[in-house]
Design a protein. Structure first.
Length: 130
């Protein structure tokens, strides 16, 4: 259950509707997902977050599928169920296969395990890595 009201398009003030319209236009969809509806309780936060998402997730040196897969990895590690589901759906829409998803999860699991070992053992960083 959400801790804030999800602001539906029909109930949204004009500034929120403008962001919702941009989200739908940019993503080629006729709906706004619940994350944005929750953020809409603070229109400035909604606009700022959407602007950052558009900028960072746009095609660049990394292609959009790679960006989605990185987002999944971070979301899974941070324990964010919503973002893991959302970005897995987005990555699948961009061509991620089940084999890719399983391999990604294996890398995430390995990185988390070895990170804990390195941190726990306080292993000094090798000079050639610097």
């Amino acid at each position: 259950m959400a801790l804030v009201k999800l602001l539906e398009y029909a109930d949204a003030p004009p500034a929120v509707r403008a962001v919702y319209d941009d989200i739908m236009r940019t993503r080629g969809t006729d709906r706004v997902n619940n994350f944005w509806k929750a953020l809409a309780n603070d229109p400035a936060l909604l606009e700022r977050t959407w602007s950052q998402v558009k900028q960072v997730m746009a095609p660049g040196a990394l292609d959009p599928l790679v960006k989605e897969m990185i987002y999944i990895a971070v979301s899974a590690t941070n324990g964010c169920e919503y973002c893991t589901y959302s970005h897995t759906a987005a990555a699948r829409a961009k061509g991620m296969t089940e084999a890719m998803w399983m391999e990604l999860m294996a890398v995430v699991a390995l990185a988390n395990a070895t990170n804990r070992l390195a941190n726990g053992l306080r292993v000094p960083v090798d000079p050639q890595f610097l």
